[in-house]
Design a protein around this ligand. Structure first.
Ligand code: FPP
Ligand code: MG
Length: 294
């Protein structure tokens, strides 16, 4: 029996889900599942039990997401800073992860689990990857752009989250998906994660729906600005090339346009090859890691 799919919504929940689905539903929701230890203290159970119930709540929440037609979820399961917790708690969380990840693999929903993750570390790594590409002669320094950095993040295969939810009343991002959520709806809810309910999720989706138009507008403006910046960068590179390799005379308008278009195609081809090389590098790193673990 599938563990995420077991359990149905009651009639009122089903009706509410259908009403919500008539509006724009987020395609990708990110969760900072916070408040497990406070929940454990409140219920006078041990910390590990709080984390275990937190995990069960994740399974339940994934089911609600499926029922609301939310196809992709990303969760902050363990930050790099969490390694500073007591040895006993870290070991307990690792054990839980080992047990539960296996169950997650049996499920068919699109779930990204951020483990030993922080966003600034991810961004610094993306910058290092681009520096590697320049060093290897795969890309030029002038190819570095916001768009390329996004492609070098671990999340490059996913769309940016539309909605980010943090529970437990803390109103900060704690170094989670800082780059990816610049145009997302951020919802902070006071409920402790193991007590999260279907209605809390509906409330967050409603907040997303109320802000949908302005979020879409902001994304559109950002994309236009990206395109403008890229064109400006291509123009600057072509001007530089013509200056060094031209015959000294300024190129006329149509010739320059043609040169910019050709330059853009060459840049795109370079970037494509670089990203392919990066994927191969990451695949061999992961294969090596897996072989060390077995
Ligand atoms: C935050 O509560 C929760 C965590 C640091 C761990 C999150 C892990 C799970 C929900 C279960 C494991 C998940 C997977 C995918 C294996 P907290 O410990 O910060 O509690 P507090 O805010 O009350 O101190
Ligand atoms: Mg916490």
């Amino acid at each position: 029996m599938s563990w995420i799919r077991e359990g149905e919504l009651n009639l009122i929940e089903r009706l509410s889900a259908n009403v919500l689905k008539a509006g724009p539903v987020p395609k990708h929701v990110a969760f900072i599942m916070d408040g497990n230890r406070r929940f454990a203290r409140k219920k006078h159970v041990d910390r590990q039990e709080g984390h275990s119930q937190g995990f069960n709540k994740l399974a339940e929440t994934l089911r609600w997401c499926l029922q609301l037609d939310i196809p992709e979820v990303t969760v902050y399961a363990f930050s790099i800073e969490n390694f500073n917790r007591s040895r006993e708690e870290v070991d307990g969380l690792m054990e839980l992860a080992k047990l539960k990840f296996l169950r997650l693999l049996d499920e068919r929903c699109f779930l990204n689990v951020c483990f030993a993750y922080t966003s600034r570390h991810e961004m610094a790594n993306a910058v290092r990857e681009m520096a590697w590409g320049v060093e290897q002669g795969l890309i030029k320094a002038s190819d570095v752009s916001e768009a390329l950095l996004s492609e070098c993040l671990y999340s490059s295969n996913s769309p940016n989250p539309d909605l980010l939810i943090r529970t437990s009343g803390e109103v900060r991002l704690s170094d989670f998906l800082l780059w990816q959520t610049s145009h997302s709806c951020l919802v902070f809810q006071s409920v402790l994660w193991p007590e999260y309910s279907f209605w809390n999720l509906c409330d967050a989706v409603i907040q997303y729906q109320c802000n949908h138009a302005s979020i879409m507008k902001a994304r559109e403006l950002h994309q236009d600005e990206q395109r403008r910046q890229q064109l400006e960068a291509d123009h600057a590179c072509v001007a530089e090339l013509l200056h060094h390799h031209g015959n000294g005379k300024p190129a006329d308008g149509p010739r320059r346009q043609e040169a910019v278009a050709e330059y853009g195609l060459r840049r795109e081809a370079r970037v494509k090859d670089f990203l392919e090389a990066l994927r191969n590098k990451r695949d061999s790193f992961l294969t090596q890691l897996a072989s060390q673990a077995t």
